[in-house]
Design a protein around this ligand. Sequence first.
Ligand code: ATP
Length: 201
Amino acid sequence: MKKYGIFGGTFNPIHYGHLMVVEYLKEELGLDKVIFIPTGNPPHKDLHVSAEDRYKMVDIAIKTNPDFEISDIETKREELSYSVDTIQELKKVHSDVKLYFLIGLDTLYQLKTWKKIDELSKEIEFVVALRPKYIDEENINRELNFLHLMYETKVEIITTPLYEISSTELRNRIKEDKSCRYLIPDKVLEYIKGSGFYKDE
Ligand code: ATP
């Protein structure tokens, strides 16, 4: 059976923290490919950059990796989309594939707030990228037990190297005219500069 990773996010913008971890997980899990799914623009939140532009930046960033794909399943929707709907739709198309939802540690702590997490937990297994020697082991185990007891959520933890960067930090750096070289792929940086994103947020 084929195995695909699903990697969802705002990607505002995508950065090497995302890309490195996904490549690492792909290898550790023996995935055939990873599908990046940028979220649509939530109606209640002004992200300044359109869903199409965030999609474009991911597209540029993954172009050179034949095992990475992008899906417009969420960006093309008018209404707010939920992961449970996205995964159910994807499973219809890829009925013969085992799907893994790849997430970072911050997302693990948000899972209990996701819409229909009980239903989603039946559809897919989560994989969390964790920095080696992460000190918060007790909290993580508590969270995993809670998710398992409440929703039967299956979570695998994989230790990976991690770049301690976030899109929020990078948007601030761009605003302050600081270098993001080696933090964001060059071609994505060119796109950001050409479009003037994050300058006056
Ligand atoms: P923001 O700062 O705008 O919240 P972000 O950098 O956290 O953005 P998202 O698009 O929200 O990026 O994240 C998509 C996924 O990538 C989430 O599962 C998140 O946990 C994970 N992630 C974010 N930053 C990193 C990082 N530096 N290393 C590994 N995973 C990350």
